[in-house]
Design a protein around this ligand. Sequence first.
Ligand code: NOJ
Length: 612
Amino acid sequence: MTRIDSTTPPTTATLQPLAAGALVHAGAGEAPEWWRDAVIYQVYPRSFADGDGDGIGDLPGITSKLDHLAELGVDAVWLSPFYRSPQKDAGYDVADYRDVDPLFGTLADFDELLAQAHARGIRVIVDLVPNHTSDQHAWFQAALASPEGSAERGRYVFREGEGEHGELPPNNWQSIFGGPAWTRVTAGAGARPVTGAADEVPGQWYLHLFDSSQPDLDWENPEVRSEFEDVLRFWLDKGVDGFRIDVAHGMVKAPGLPDWDGSVSMVEGTEGGGASDEVVDPGAPEDGSTGAGNSGPMFDQDGVHEIYRAWHRVLAEYDGDRALVAEAWVEPLSRLARYVRPDEMHQAFNFSFLTTPWSAAPLRTVIAASLRANDEVGAPTTWVLSNHDVVRHASRLGLADPGLRPNGIFAHEAQPDEELGLRRARAASLLMLGLPGSSYLYQGEELGLPEHTALPDDVREDPAFFRTQGAEAGRDGCRVPLPWHAEAPGHGFGPTGRTWLPQPESYARYAADVQRGVAGSTYETYRAALATRRAERLGTGTLAWVEEHAGSDDVIALRNRDVVVLTNLGSDPVVLPRGVEVLVASGPVRTDRSADPQVRVPSDTTVWLRAL
Ligand code: NOJ
């Protein structure tokens, strides 16, 4: 590629350093609603901070760390579920949607958290899990207690089995976590899962796209619809600013629940199902698809949109621009954009971006395709690189093949290169935060935390590990309790040093207290990026590719308002033209030009620049 070099004879690029081409995205001007450009920080309550010393994080723990989030500069937090739950899937198995699990505190603790966050100008989004309940939910208990054909069973997806005696599941669907998506119960009222005991009379089957402890609700049932509208109101009345909607593409199933012939590739992101280490073709399709989308008769059915239109109307009754964000593993991006049409949800996580390999051309493709698809419906793009379901990007990007997307990493498997992964993760985050739209951060990424890749199997809790009979490590490695103080027991996670999962030794190096105030630390880099992003209004900004690099295999360079975001993914340094000021850098970039006027951007580094 042609490199910008102040010593080379003038070319178009050097005469007009970092000149941008046509606009790919015109920008939102000013954000009429807060969520259009917000940086939203995901708190995974059991692993954020422990207030009571039982080794599991809780709501008072979160409240005690709000100053950290305010200092970091985020606009909002999204709290993963903290509701009453037997914790078979870390709270994504809800037994009571209107109460706090005693593990995490009380409703009063929630009110306090919300008030304290709002006092700091931080909005709060809670997680809603409407596709399924826990098997301990009163509704499912009532369904088991009631006979076939009862109204109680009608809230879930109970069906007769196939085969002469109904001994085969109603269809061939597989659970996202591995194994069949159906469990059979005994016949009649007072049912329980069949065990094969001789005196048992087997009866119907119930559907669970996830664990057998997570029965799917029947969203054709009006009672289910009105119940969830009521749950929305319960939390809206408390003052929450929005909801992250779990499995937003899964609630409505194809009529008749037909068999699906593509069950091998049925994965939700990297959760279970067997396609998790699929390598993405570097020549990504123009629509930005990466293989991250679910398909089949259980996902992305047109009927699901009516639910979100109804919910949009519920939220619109409340002041303050409350927002719905879709967790929908849907591709292509034009199909995902249907969830954020003007009368539906407000944001949808961009998992195509998350799953794009560390490679310039596919990244440019997915960025442009995302903006194009969302512009069509007037919605912002919602970028994300890590969450509680995927290998942390500081480790994912350190794998020998940056296109790999394993579901967790075992100690006996090829290990990520920690230094390379962190360098790329910081560069990827700074690229993401320089894009117009909203961005989600996952707790600990501001510290550069790697995945725990050496967890012993006997501490694992993810049902995906168990339901795949240990074939997949699962998601525990990205859910390890955060290190706050390098020297304290449990790295200061809580007052007793207990942590529900062991922390890797390396976490001492990443602890918040050893990074705070240290120039160039990951934490201070995120902080600088968030402050600059706000000052430069990048979230509502524009995007045009810098012409010099528009076709480059090594460099992504874009202009957002007056800021040029340049990422060097190649192996050689990129020399910057004279007359640009480095605003933020993800790695060591010398800004003092007195000794040497050439400023170089090293490999796997992003800089934000302003033309002087
Ligand atoms: C997506 C959530 O993010 C994940 O953690 C959970 O296991 C499944 N949905 C099922 O609720």
